[in-house]
Write a protein that binds this ligand. Structure first.
Ligand code: SF4
Length: 461
C-alpha cells in the first residue's frame, strides 16, 4: 500500500470511534436485566443440541505486573494462594455450567486467555486442565489454545502444555524496540521470544501465533519494520496485528502513556501499511482486517473457501459453535444470547460461592440482531457479502431489508473502498482498513442519541 494524499484524506474522513465487532450487538449494549436465570435458560437451550460440540473460553487474569498499554481484565499478584482460590472457584463454575448443559459436553475449541495463563505453575495448569476434562471431552481434532508470555513461560511449561493436549500457542510480542517497550512498560527481548518460539516448535507445536500492535507510543516505521522482519524471519504460522486502543478514560494504567508519544494518524497508517506490505512480501496471506497466515495454515485455506468465522477468541476455522466463557469478565455466546461474568475478582468469587454462576450482564439477540450479526461477521471475515447468503439463511432479500443502509454505502463506493457487484458487496484492497466503518452502517445501535461513542470504542484506524 503506497501513501498518497488521497489515502490520507480517506484516513481523516473515516477515522472515528467504532466497534471491533468481536460481537454484535457490541458489549456496551449488554443489559443488566439479563440475569442468572436468563443464563441458565440459555445453557439449558444450548444443552438440547447434544450432538454439537462447544467452545470453551477460560479467563485467567493473573499477571506479575501491569503493562502501561494493557486493555485486558487483569489481577496483579504473585500469590499462589490467590491463584489456587481462583482455580477452586473456576471448578465450582464448571460444575454449575455442566449441570445446566446436561449431556452436551464435547469441545471443539478450548482457549485459555488472560491475563497471563502461563503465570500458572505447571501443577496449577495440570489441575485446571483436569478440572475441565473431568466434565468435558476434548474432541481429537479440537483447537486447544493458550496465550503465552515469553517473559514468564519456561521450557517446562511448554513441555507440559504439549503433553496434556494443547496444540496452539499465541505469543505476545507487540514490538521489539527498546524505546517503545519502555513507553509501554513491558520489557521483552527478541532472544526471549525467539527461544520460546524454538522450544515450542521442538515440543511439536505446529500452530504458533504472534501478536503485534501498531500505533504504540514512540513507534516509528523504521523500528516497527525491524520488528516485522524479525517476526517474519521466525515464521510463525499466524500473526495478529492489532491497532492500539488508547482509552485512558477507561483504563487508568494507560494514563502512564503520554498522548503526545502516540503516532499521528498518518504515521499510524504507515505503520499498518508497512506491516501489510512486509508480511505479504514474506509470503503471508492477509486474513480479515488485521491477521496474517502462511498459505498452508487452516486460516488461509478457510479464507479461500469463505469458511472463516470470528468470535470473541478471534478468527477461527471452526463453525460458530455455542461458546461458554468461564472466569471473571468472561463472555459466553450461546443460544442466541451473550452472557458476561462479573469483572471484579472479589465479587466473582462471592457470586460463584453463592449461586454457582456470576452473570453480570448479557443480551438476548432478536431476529434482526441475528441477521445483522451474520452480515457483519461474514463481511469482516471474507471482505465480501454475497446476497444469497442472507436469502439462504434468513429468507430475506438484501436490497429490500437493507435498503436504507445500502443507500449509505454510496460514499464508500465513490471513495473506491467498496464495489457493488450484481451478486455481492465486495471490499476493495484499499478498503480493507476501513472495514469497521462499512460494518458500522449495518449496526442498528450506533446512532442512538444516548450512546457515549467517544468513550466506548477505540478509533477505527
Ligand atoms: S499486556 Fe499482558 S502481561 Fe501485560 S498486563 Fe496486560 S495481560 Fe498482563
Amino acid at each position: 500500500m503506497k501513501k498518497t494524499t488521497s489515502t490520507y484524506e480517506l484516513l481523516k474522513k473515516y477515522d472515528r470511534p467504532g466497534p471491533r465487532y468481536t460481537s454484535y450487538p457490541t458489549a456496551p449494549e449488554f443489559r443488566h436485566d439479563f440475569t442468572r436465570a436468563d443464563y441458565i435458560a440459555a445453557l439449558a437451550r444450548a444443552g438440547q443440541d447434544v450432538s454439537l460440540p462447544l467452545s470453551l473460553y477460560v479467563h485467567i487474569p493473573f499477571c506479575e505486573r501491569r503493562c502501561h498499554f494493557c486493555g485486558c481484565t487483569t489481577v496483579i499478584t504473585n500469590s499462589r494462594e490467590s491463584v489456587s482460590r481462583y482455580l477452586t472457584t473456576l471448578d465450582t463454575e464448571l460444575a454449575s455450567i455442566s449441570k445446566h448443559l446436561g449431556s452436551r459436553r464435547s469441545l471443539m475449541q478450548l482457549h485459555w486467555g488472560g491475563g497471563t495463563p502461563t503465570h500458572l505453575t505447571i501443577e496449577e495448569i495440570e489441575r485446571l486442565f483436569h478440572q475441565i476434562t473431568d466434565r468435558f471431552t476434548i474432541l481429537p481434532d479440537a483447537e486447544v489454545a493458550i496465550e503465552v508470555d515469553p517473559r514468564v513461560t519456561t521450557a517446562e511449561h511448554i513441555e507440559k502444555l504439549r503433553e496434556i493436549g494443547f496444540n496452539r500457542l499465541s505469543m505476545g510480542i507487540q514490538d521489539f524496540t527498546p524505546v517503545v517497550q519502555a513507553a509501554i512498560g513491558r520489557w521483552q527481548t527478541l532472544q526471549q521470544s525467539e527461544a520460546l518460539y524454538h522450544t515450542s516448535r521442538a515440543y511439536g507445536f505446529r500452530c504458533i501465533n504472534m501478536d503485534l500492535i501498531y500505533g504504540l507510543p514512540k513507534q516509528t516505521v523504521a523500528d516497527f519494520a525491524h520488528t516485522i522482519d524479525e517476526v517474519a524471519r521466525m515464521r510463525p504460522d499466524r500473526v495478529a496485528l492489532y491497532s492500539y486502543a488508547y482509552l485512558p478514560a477507561q483504563r487508568s494504567n494507560q494514563r502512564l502513556i503520554n498522548a503526545t508519544w502516540l503516532p499521528s494518524l498518518e504515521d499510524k497508517f504507515r505503520l499498518f501499511a508497512t506491516a501489510v506490505d512486509k508480511f505479504v512480501a514474506a509470503g503471508y496471506i492477509q486474513i480479515g482486517m488485521d491477521h496474517f497466515a502462511l498459505p498452508d495454515d487452516e486460516l488461509a485455506i478457510s479464507l479461500s473457501q469463505q469458511r472463516l468465522h470470528r468470535n470473541f477468541m478471534g478468527y477461527t476455522t471452526k463453525p460458530a459453535a455455542d461458546m461458554i466463557g468461564i472466569g471473571m469478565s468472561a463472555i459466553g455466546d450461546l443460544a442466541a444470547c451473550y452472557a458476561q461474568n462479573i469483572s471484579k475478582i472479589g465479587s466473582y468469587h462471592t457470586a460463584i460461592a453463592t449461586d454457582g454462576l456470576a452473570t453480570y450482564r448479557g443480551y438476548r439477540l432478536s431476529h434482526d440482531d441475528l441477521i445483522r450479526r451474520r452480515l457483519i461477521t461474514f463481511f469482516m471475515c471474507n471482505f465480501v457479502m454475497p446476497f444469497d447468503l442472507l436469502k439462504r439463511e434468513f429468507v430475506i432479500d438484501y436490497h429490500q431489508y437493507f435498503a436504507r443502509e445500502d443507500s449509505q454505502l454510496d460514499q464508500f463506493v465513490a471513495d473506491g473502498l467498496l464495489e457493488r457487484r450484481p451478486e455481492a458487496l465486495a471490499i476493495t484492497p484499499v478498503g480493507r482498513i476501513f472495514i469497521r466503518n462499512v460494518a458500522m452502517v449495518f449496526d442498528a445501535y450506533l446512532n442512538r442519541a444516548d450512546r457515549p461513542q467517544q468513550q466506548t470504542f477505540s478509533r477505527t484506524i
